[in-house]
Design a protein around this ligand. Structure first.
Ligand code: FPP
Length: 273
């Protein structure tokens, strides 16, 4: 016979650990975010506190990526986007750190594809991929192709990404499309058209953006798409971040009232969806 306790436990997705289950138990599964974006920050500070080189923080950050991806997939978040390397990262960091990050990404992709497939996760990228080293591009294309048939969570890695560059590329793409379809006089622009020309055309806008290490900035990340997102900042440094912290961010998100510029319910005007 099924006891009440069994029924309660059935709500907890398989694979969550004890701490994760404890946070998840208080969530409303019907109001999970459809898309979570994460600004992974604090690798350097994590390493410095341990008197280690900065790259040790990046290496440790891979475990945080793995844990967040697995937990998000287990609770069936439809889309997760991770800000891995900004365009500015390339220009402002020492060449040795940049090439370490490239190797780390390549190794991550090679090692993770079987797990992504087991978890039905499809890999995508946003950013100016064509500017990355050729061997890294090849590995990225291979990993995307190897997961292309998965139908579960979409994991998007922002690599060589800048929101302003994305908007510039979108404007160029709109003008090009117009010139191929009757000329610039036929250029029609509204919000839907702009969204369809962004790198994120395969995704809904994020409902929640998480930033680690306590910084209160968007750092040129998804500036168009985050217009109505809830922002959750945690002081946890990225290498210490785990699935349970993601669930804590979701719990905070569920406490907020999203108004999309409208009034709140107590004022008698329900917000638009
Ligand atoms: C920010 O920390 C983090 C990065 C620039 C790189 C993020 C990379 C990883 C988490 C590891 C690999 C990623 C994948 C997808 C395999 P920071 O160096 O700016 O930290 P600081 O602000 O403390 O210096």
């Amino acid at each position: 016979m099924t006891t009440l306790q069994d029924k309660v436990d059935l709500r907890i997705p398989a694979g969550l650990d004890r701490k994760e289950a404890e946070v998840y138990r208080h969530l409303d599964p019907a109001r999970l975010p459809k898309h979570i974006a994460i600004i992974m920050d604090g690798n350097g500070r994590w390493a410095r506190r341990r008197h280690m080189p900065r790259v040790a923080g990046h290496r440790a950050g891979v475990a945080a990526v793995r844990s967040s991806v697995e937990t998000a997939a287990r609770i069936r978040i439809p889309a997760l986007t991770l800000y891995a390397f900004s365009e500015e990262n390339w220009k402002k960091r020492p060449a040795g750190e940049v090439s370490f990050l490239m190797r780390l990404l390549s190794r991550y992709l090679k090692a993770e594809v079987p797990t992504l497939n087991e978890n039905n996760i499809r890999l995508e990228y946003i950013g100016r991929q064509h500017e990355l080293p050729g061997d890294v591009q090849e590995r990225m294309n291979w990993a995307r192709e190897a997961t292309a048939r998965n139908t579960g969570m979409v994991l998007t890695l922002a690599l060589n990404y800048s929101a302003r560059s994305e908007l510039v590329d979108a404007f160029r793409s709109m003008v090009k499309a117009a010139s191929q379809n009757g000329g610039i006089d036929h250029l029609q622009i509204d919000e839907d058209v702009v969204s369809q020309h962004l790198y994120t055309r395969h995704l809904p806008d994020p409902d929640l953006v998480v930033r680690t290490s306590g910084e209160m900035r968007l750092s040129n990340f998804l500036l168009w798409q985050l217009a109505y997102a809830e922002i959750y900042v945690t002081s946890t440094l990225w290498p210490d971040f785990r699935g349970v912290h993601l669930l804590e961010g979701i719990a905070e998100y569920q406490k907020r009232e999203r108004r999309y510029g409208g009034l709140n319910h107590s004022e008698g005007h329900p917000s638009p969806p």
